[in-house]
Design a protein around this ligand. Structure first.
Ligand SMILES: *Cc1c(COP(=O)(O)O)cnc(C)c1O
Length: 360
């Protein structure tokens, strides 16, 4: 038996057919940049997340960079971010000329409560990352940031559709960044992303930056870039958004089965809060001291797993920074993600659980 971590060729035939119909419809309309599919997507997401504004863009990494340029980051400004995250979070900071200040995480991989100790006179922003889909404590982060007069940019690339205290991931901060990379819990059939914001000033600036600084044809108010979303991807996302809630229920159900069946086995640490509203169940990331042994065991049983992420950013040569990152480093050594997606079969889920039980 072979259980893939995520096999996107398994998207339900009925959904595939609707995606093909959408392609057909866009081909017939002959509009491949901008157009009604893009406005439809932007409105759809605004409404779904109760956000004042949503600006689509080319991908989640661009969304982070646009957000930073949106808040007018300057060279030598500092931006605080967790040591354990996907590389984009730090990459975007450096691309704007600012300096990433890495801080440790808590035991769940979220930015440590102590992050505000890293605030200095050059600190411009903090980027909490909702890692694995679990939202960081936004009330506390936003109130500290407000106290020190710094901006909050949420990296919500893994947390689409999560809500904390009734407020969506990405709508707490000055800007919230989304990614629709195909493997995310809302994934396009290619690259796409966007920025949520509640402030009209930021909406205006980010909209300009993502489209050559252009307010109308041949008038360029800012040095921007081309980070427009692809119309086809916007169209596909409009189809996939209609399925989103149902697919999330399937993810949560699988997460519930894992929790019930794996509770108390060995010293596995199961993901906290994965069934709560403020977790998108993007990944089922457990922690275990003998992670590599368990991973190898599952692999011999044909079960693919993932490691997010095997190395923390400040330990990589390109991002090398000294500091105290013990917890983030521990997680990078102990985290293991089990397959968690709506296309897993019941049989596969049972196989995964059985294989873990036989390991112990
Ligand atoms: C996926 C991801 C991004 C980047 O999104 P892309 O669309 O792949 O550019 C940024 N941050 C985190 C935490 C991510 O998981």
């Amino acid at each position: 038996m072979k259980v893939p971590f995520l096999d996107l060729s398994r998207i339900d035939i009925a959904i595939q057919q609707r995606l093909i119909n959408k392609l057909d419809q866009i081909l017939k309309a002959g509009l491949f940049s901008g157009g009604p599919e893009v406005s439809l997507l932007e409105n759809y997401i605004r409404e779904k997340l109760s956000s004042n504004f949503f600006i689509s863009c080319a991908n989640g990494t661009d969304a982070l960079e646009l957000a930073l340029r949106g808040i007018e980051i300057k060279p030598d400004d500092e931006v605080i971010l967790p040591a354990l995250t996907w590389v984009s979070t730090a990459e975007a900071v450096i691309m704007t000329g600012a300096k990433p200040i890495f801080v440790d995480t808590d035991e769940n991989g979220l930015i440590s409560n102590e992050w505000s100790k890293a605030i200095g006179k050059n600190t411009k922003a903090v980027i909490p990352v909702h890692l694995y889909g679990k939202m960081a404590e936004m009330t506390s982060i936003c109130s500290k940031a407000k106290k020190y007069g710094i901006a909050v940019i949420e990296d919500a690339a893994q947390a689409f559709g999560a809500f904390q205290k009734g407020k969506a991931a990405g709508t707490w901060g000055d800007v919230g960044c989304l990614s629709f990379y195909p493997t995310k819990n809302l994934g396009a059939l290619g690259e796409a992303g966007g920025c949520l914001t509640q402030k009209n000033k930021l909406r205006e600036r980010i909209t300009l930056l993502a489209n050559h600084g252009q307010n109308r044809r041949n008038s360029h108010l800012l040095v921007g870039r081309n980070s427009r979303i692809d119309t086809l991807q916007a169209g596909f996302l409009n189809v996939l958004l209609e399925e989103f809630d149902l697919l999330q229920i399937k993810r949560k159900n699988i997460a519930r089965i894992y929790l019930e069946e794996l509770m108390g086995i060995g010293d596995l640490i199961l993901p906290k809060g994965i069934l709560e509203a403020d977790h998108s169940a993007h990944l089922f990331a457990l922690q275990f001291e003998k992670r590599d042994q368990l991973k190898d065991h599952l692999s011999t049983k044909g079960i693919e797993t993932g490691v997010y992420y095997p190395e923390i950013l400040p330990d990589m040569p390109a991002y090398y920074t000294e500091g105290q990152f013990d917890e983030a480093r521990r997680i990078s050594r102990q985290t293991l993600s089990l397959p968690l997606n709506p296309w897993l079969t019941e049989n596969e889920i049972l196989e995964i659980i059985k294989a873990i039980q036989t390991f112990f």
